[in-house]
Design a protein around this ligand. Structure first.
Ligand code: ATP
Length: 554
């Protein structure tokens, strides 16, 4: 399949703002695609070459892309030209005039080689590989290749849009649910797309758990009072400590351990002591728990201490300084069998069986309760000890593990709910406003959005300017990735337009006083007196949804 077809679809998508039109355009593109290239095309549309949980990183910085353009077209000082256009894509297209000949496999394989190049001389190798592609590009191909390399494709296409378009292209409407379900247990858009194109929807339905590939994590619902448990889960229930650390899904296959974060990122290297402890257990499995920092006596240390373990360097040193324990609470797979459709008691039995006594791996504290006052008693003890709260888990025969679902099998209960206070919101930063006075030279406020899962878009909800320490502001200035234009997945009214747009990938926890109707925020609501609490380790699609906000209003 020609790369020109990909470039043409990018141009069309860029000009479309309607979600329905986008889906139609994408479905048509997949229908016309060479079957063997469907996987590659799906990844490229998302601006990547591998599933999002893989460690692959193109590693192309702007300077390297500019050098590649200079190399390819034998010109100097493209940087100046690029400053004028403000967009690497527009810069690249000014120089590229070849007849389109590139194929999708050729681009895809070269990008893989670029990603794989490491060590001495790798920068030059990357530049040479990239310029070999630019040399063969037509203007429009160069535009999208350049943006692709720098992670600036901005087509407004998310996983959900692609899954829906795939259903329209290769199956029918009824297939959407199956595709979405497959994506929760195999969050790899390329594999799902190729399976559907080659073998049809029945093969997608058979996609199962693969040890080493993360499963989207099950989430908790909220209740108004503990009495509600009667109708939600019924009794008895398991009541567990809700640890405030980092959720980890641990996979063991033979001697290979892979640890995934809540964002499904591979974080194995961060926790050598967990890896070591898991290797001592017998069999292949997938288990889940919360990693917490512990003191010499096994006492749990605050979340802030735990966060110091989120690091790429000096890991060994910090694992001695701040050891962690993994408080385990679920088992999704054991020795060639998925346990996801089994009830929680069955999964818990499997988990308890495979564990050995040790310091690093422990079962989460829990008790079984047959009424709400028992749950409350457990909760009060946790709160007195400074804990975050409890998670109440259904023990019914249908209490399966619901991947990626915020369902009623798990219910959280925290001190703030008791006081009748609203829960906090997890919002995606989509833009920023420059600060003044003490905040000059940094951002003074952030534009935050909720996720609309119906349309796969981020809708604005508040301008966040309080709760920051000076160090937070300096951190945000470095952390947020600026983009020149509004990210296509973001909806924002002109009244709220920020000074800079940022890639919608950072999720922040925000407290607020109340929700009011708003003509300026695109959720239709605004959070009054928002206050920053912390950065959350979540994917943007896991942020508070517009649906949840509407539910809170009601
Ligand atoms: P919150 O902001 O309240 O932590 P959240 O949106 O991050 O919520 P939820 O699914 O609503 O996530 O709450 C469950 C989270 O609590 C899990 O993602 C997990 O990280 C953490 N957790 C701690 N202890 C447990 C436990 N015993 N069982 C399940 N989850 C637990």
């Amino acid at each position: 399949m020609k790369f020109a077809q990909f470039a043409a679809i990018c141009e069309k998508l860029e000009r479309t703002s309607s979600y329905i039109e986008m889906k139609k355009t994408l479905a048509q593109f997949f229908k016309n695609a060479d079957k063997k290239d469907v996987k590659r095309a799906a990844y490229l549309l998302l601006g990547t070459i591998e599933p999002s949980y893989s460690d692959i990183n193109l590693g192309i910085a702007e300077n390297m892309a500019l050098r590649s353009l200079e190399n390819a077209f034998d010109v100097k000082n493209i940087k100046a030209a690029s400053r004028k256009t403000g967009d690497i894509g527009e810069t690249a297209e000014q120089y590229a005039h070849s007849k389109p000949s590139l194929t999708i496999p050729e681009v895809f394989d070269t990008l893989h080689k670029i990603a794989a190049a490491s060590g001495q001389g790798s920068q030059d190798k990357k530049v040479n590989l990239l310029s070999s592609l630019f040399k063969k590009c037509s203007a429009i191909e160069a535009r999208y290749l350049a943006r692709l390399c720098l992670g600036q494709l901005r087509l407004g296409v998310g996983d959900k849009t692609i899954l829906e378009a795939l259903a329209d292209a290769f199956a029918d409407k009824s297939a959407k649910k199956d595709l979405e379900h497959a994506f929760t247990i195999r969050p790899d858009i390329g594999t799902i797309a190729q399976t559907l194109a080659d073998k049809g929807i029945n093969a997608v339905r058979r996609i199962g758990v693969q040890v080493g590939t993360p499963i989207q994590m099950m989430l908790c619902q909220r209740i108004e009072n503990l009495e509600e448990l009667k109708q939600r889960t019924g009794f008895p229930v398991a009541v567990e400590t809700k640890y405030d650390g980092e959720r980890i899904q641990a996979h063991k296959k033979g001697k290979i351990i892979t640890l995934f974060s809540r964002r499904l990122e591979n974080i194995t290297k961060q926790f050598p002591e967990i890896t070591e402890a898991l290797l001592k257990l017998t069999g292949d499995f997938i288990v889940e728990g919360e990693a917490v920092a512990v003191d010499a006596n096994g006492g749990i240390l605050p979340f802030q201490t735990m966060m110091q373990r989120r690091r790429k360097h000096n890991v060994e040193e910090y694992s001695k300084k701040i050891p962690v324990a993994l408080k385990l609470f679920d088992c999704l797979y054991f020795n060639s069998k998925t346990l996801m459709s089994k009830s929680y008691p069955e999964r818990y039995t499997a988990l308890a069986k495979l564990l050995k006594k040790g310091k690093t791996l422990q079962l989460a504290d829990r008790t079984l309760c047959s009424n709400s006052s028992c749950a409350d008693e457990f909760f009060q003890n946790i709160v007195v000890g400074g804990g975050e709260g409890i998670v109440i888990k259904s023990l019914k025969a249908d209490s399966s593990y619901q991947a990626g679902v915020r369902g009623w099998h798990w219910i959280k209960w925290k001190p703030e709910y008791v006081k009748g206070m609203r829960d906090t919101f997890d919002l995606v930063v989509v833009g920023a406003y420059f600060g003044r006075g003490r905040r000059a030279g940094k951002y003074g406020a952030l534009l935050c959005a909720a996720y609309d899962d119906k349309n796969d878009k981020f809708e604005t909800f508040c301008k966040l300017g309080t709760g920051f320490k000076d160090t937070d502001l300096a951190h945000f200035f470095k952390l947020l990735k600026r983009t020149d234009t509004k990210p296509a997945l973001v909806n924002c009214s002109t009244a709220m337009e920020p000074d800079v747009w940022v890639v919608p990938e950072i999720v922040v926890e925000v407290a607020g006083a109340e929700i009011t109707k708003s003509p300026t925020h695109t959720t239709g609501y605004a959070l009054r007196f928002p206050r920053f609490l912390r950065i959350r380790e979540k994917k943007p699609e896991q942020a508070t949804s517009v649906k949840e906000i509407k539910k809170m209003i009601n």
